[in-house]
Design a protein around this ligand. Structure first.
Ligand code: AMP
Length: 113
């Protein structure tokens, strides 16, 4: 069965898409935790960070470059932002198709809860 995010990629579920290319899609999080909260998702379905393999090095790099470009576009690059991958239960992962959270637009606390 395809993941929730594959359904967004295939336009079976609507999303507020902010960026898309051949390999990556990015859309606003449905439950934003900050004024900017975007999910950057590879079109390749990879369940968790534990499932990454050597062939995925490039896509992970592209995800971070996309985060940087979106941060500049949304003018949060100077004030700052956070990028997060959650992995499995203790990491707080709820959607099992890897995604990079881009959070910004307010002071973020550290350490996270
Ligand atoms: P994680 O907990 O790291 O797996 O993150 C999953 C994220 O997906 C959460 O921040 C959710 O708010 C977000 N989310 C779940 N369903 C949707 C959806 N249909 N559209 C956009 N974001 C979603």
């Amino acid at each position: 069965m395809s993941s929730l995010f594959t359904k967004i990629i295939n336009r079976q579920i609507p999303a507020d898409i902010v960026y898309e290319d051949k390999e990556i899609i990015a859309f606003n999080d449905i439950n934003p935790q900050a004024p900017v909260h975007i999910l950057i998702v590879p079109k390749k379905e990879i369940k968790t960070l534990n499932d990454l393999n050597i062939d995925d090095q490039e896509i992970i790099g592209k995800m971070f470059l996309t985060a940087k470009k979106l941060a500049v576009k949304l003018s949060i690059d100077k004030t700052g932002y956070r990028t997060v991958f959650n992995c499995n239960e203790h990491g707080g992962q709820t959607v099992f198709h890897i995604h990079l959270h881009l959070l910004g637009g307010r002071q973020l606390v550290w350490p996270p809860g």
